[in-house]
Every structure is written in C-alpha cells, then in structure tokens.
Design a protein around this ligand. Sequence first.
Ligand code: NA7
Length: 537
Amino acid sequence: MSSELRDKQYDVIIIGAGFGGMYALHRLRKLGYRVRVLEAADGVGGTWYWNRYPGARCDVESLEYSYSFDDDLQQQWDWPERFSAQPDIEKYANHVADRFDLRKDIQFSTRIASAEFDNEEASWTIRSVDGDTFTSQYLVLAVGNLSLPRVPDFPGLNEFKGRWFHTGQWPKETVDFSGRTVGVIGTGSSGIQLIPIVAQQAKHLYVFQRTANYSVPAMNRPLAADVAAKHKAQYRTWRDNAKSTPFGIAGHAPPEKFAADDEFEQRRRLFEEKWETGGNISFLYAYKDLLTNEQANDMACDFVRDKIRGTVKDPSTAELLIPNDHPIGTKRLCLDTNYYETYNRDNVSLVNVRKAPIESVTVNGLRTTEAEYPLDDLIFATGYDAMTGAILDIDISVKGGARLEDAWRDGPKTYLGVMVNGFPNMSIITGPGSPSVKTNMISAIEQHVDWITDLVEHMSSKGKAKFQAQPDAQENWVQHVNEVADSTLYPKANSWYTGANIPGKPRVFMPYVAGLDKYRKICDDVAKDGYRGVTIE
Ligand code: NA7
C-alpha cells in the first residue's frame, strides 16, 4: 500500500466544515481518533460561508447562537450585535478554526460524490468529485440542513444577459446594485432580509412574490458592553437553562398561559410587547398554544396582519403582503429590519406571481403570464432542497446492497435523526427526525456531536466494529416524529419542513418538534440503556 493511500485511512471522516463538522472534529480528535474533515468550500462556516448575501443575519441572538463547549471561547469572544450578521458569524467560525487548530485536519475545496460502506471490512470508502479516495470506520454527515440551493427550472436563464445570483451561493466580492433594475424572486427569510438592503441601492426593485410570509421585527441593535458582560457573568447558567428549553434558547421563558386565558385587549398588549422585544421566539412564546391551537394562532395572525396594514401605505400592496395560507410560525417565522416599510419606497414594486406566474427568464429580464419586466440583475431567494438535499446529493450506498436514495424514496427514515437502518457506522448531525432547524442549531449540533462521540467511545471501549439502527426502533421513531408533528399546526403549511417546496419531493414533516429538551432526554436514556434500538457488533 502506498504511503499516500495509508495517509487517507481514518477512524472518522466528517463531511462538512460548518459548525457541526468543526465541533465533531474538535471532540473526536481530542479523544485520539484520526479524523479528516472534507469540505466543498475553501473556508469554514458552512451555511455562514455560503450565505453572504446583503442582509444575511442569524435569527437567534448571538450570545446564544454560539458554541458553549469552551468557557474561555465564550468569555473572550465579543459579538458586535444582538443578532449578528453573516460576516461576523463567519469571522467567529474562522476564529474557532484557528483557536482549536482545526484547519490542519480539514481538506477544503473537496466536494464529495459518493460514500460506500463495505460490511466485510466495516469501513466506508468516500470519493470526491475529483477522484480523491478516503477510507474510514465511521462516516459523519455534517452537511447542513439548508445547503443545497434550489434555482427553479425557468426556461431561458442561460440566455439572460444580466447578472444572476442565488442567496445561498453569493459571491465573495461585494455586488453593487446602484443604478440597476433588480428582480428578487422569493420572500422567505432570505428574501425578506435582502430586499430592504437591495432597495436602498437599486434604481428599481421588483419583488416577485408567490406566497406572502409572516415576518416580525428583529429589533436588532449593537450589543451593549454591559449587556454582554452581565450575560457572560452567568454564562454557565444561561447554557444550562437553554438545555431545558424546547428551542435550546434560554433568553425567553416558555409561556404559561393559553391565548384564551386573556381578553382581547390584554392579548393585544402582550403581542405588542413581544413585537417590540423583537425576535421570532419572543413572539411565538406569547402563548403556549400558538402552534397547537388554530384559534390561538389566528389571534396572533390578526395582530401581524394589522401591523402590515398599519405600515404599508398602499392598501393593495398591504393586502398582497398579508399571508393567508398558513398559520403563523408553521413556516419559519421571518425576522426583518424594515421589510414592510420598504414597500413604501417609490423604487420598489411588488409583483404577484401567484396570480400571474413566472413563465420564463428572457434575454432582458423576466416574463410572467401578464407582463415582461426588464432587469439588469436577477436574484433567486428561492430556498433549498432542505434537510435531505445535501445528504442525498452524495451517492451513499452499501457495497452489494442498498442505496440511501432508495431507502428514502418515500421520505427520510432515521432513528433519532442520527442513524439509518441498513447504513452502518454512519451518523448525521442534525438529521431529519431530530429537532435540528426547529431549535438553536448550535445547541442541537453540540448535543448531537456529544452523543455521537459517546457512541464511538462506547464502541471503542467494547472493541466493536459496527453500529446501526434496528429496523423496528427506526419505524417507531419515524412514527413518533409524525405523531408529534400531527399534534401541532406545523403540517398545515406547505413549507420546506415538509419538502413541499421541491416538486416531486415526498411530503414528510422532517424535523422533530417535541423540543430539544425532551429529545435530549430521549437520547440520554437510549445511551444509558446500552444504546437501545442500536445493533452494536
Ligand atoms: P424559503 O423559505 O424556502 O423561501 C423561498 C422563497 O422562494 C419562497 O417565497 C418561495 O415561494 C419562493 N419561490 C421558490 N420557487 C419559486 C418559484 N418557482 N416562483 C416564485 N417563487 C418561488 O428559502 P429562504 O432561503 O428564504 O429561507 C430558508 C431558511 O433559511 C429559512 O427558513 C431560515 O431557516 C433560514 P413559495 O412559498 O414556495 O410560494
């Protein structure tokens, strides 16, 4: 065997150098495992590497959306804003990579094409699109939940003579929209963050909206030194408290009242208070039944609808911006700065592409069934093949056996969101069937990495070669995930949580919405019970 080949044999291969992959590398390497991270980008940060569009900002407060595993790190790092913007989060990811000397074990600019497990050898063979080959006992998929961008299949895009962009693949160079006529397709979180910024530069901005979304104000502001210092003095308590909450966020106490416990005026006052506080958790924590009871949810919807009517001066534009097809919070509740206000600008037009759908991109712009819009630039804020897209983008299989794409043909099936029956020694960080996107992602990542690391340690201590989910444990888990989702209003929305944004994708509600606190306890109990539901041999 050549030394080059020997060098490419590892205990653990991790795909992805976002927050999940970086922490997994740090934990596993510290325990003495030979670990290699393979990353498609030329830098760390994952989502926060790719999403560098103007206005990109996290919707969880930075003092909480940050690693908790190292006290010196959390004490020494200073966040400039309450909800930090992409450049600051990417800076933080780079700082973590340097501080813990992670780069030496990350191979950048390496996109993975396939991973095949050999049952005889109990090892994975991982191949990059450039033909590099690696082997390892364990495979950790840290590919992210929103990392396969989706550009709708409009005819004519190749002929468009202007510039076009997707928010999730934004160039590193600053893009200047001054003096240009710009079109944005999509009014999810990305569009809602980007639109107010581009509107300030563009000569004219056309927003092509198919479905209106709810958005609440971020009330973002610089993070005051005394606020940060107070938080840091209690950091351990904050982090511990976060662990016992459903969203992995300690800053907002879970609500105790039902919406019907209050009279109309009291409710309005509370919604107003939440609106002024800013943030989506703050708002959704107004009442404990907002996401489970339609009447309660309607009350919150009405409040936001009135806010939109009160902000947007042109009544027909306001009506078009008012969501009417899903309960609030059942799609990601967007956070904005001056989103609705932007429609009061003379240089911004809202185009209803539900009524007159986009037909094609033309040489000079975009054509709907009603009109053609000349554009210099076209921005796709059209989202992702979420939760499963980046996993299935890799051809994952077992030698002489199953392919993950086939196993998941009717939707993703996992045990605890972490592992898949038939695919030994593979674990997923924040996979479908885990709380993932319905929580503070960094809390979810740390919980998953710790749990997976403990499992690997357990295997080593017992001298075992393989683990995999048992079929009935997996079936029961999938059923449980569905039952929990069905007890809420979430399945009522056509959202990326259910795969509804991808034509032909099976409709399955993918995140586990019982809360990170309950999920953590289940995972801990499974481990204590000798990894119940997992075959270890
Ligand atoms: P989202 O939330 O999936 O939003 C995508 C938007 O693009 C949404 O408004 C879609 O309208 C619109 N879209 C997609 N395809 C089309 C076509 N063909 N025509 C018109 N409009 C279209 O993606 P984001 O990037 O904004 O946010 C993803 C997550 O990142 C977010 O939830 C946060 O967690 C962070 P539709 O609703 O499908 O009618």
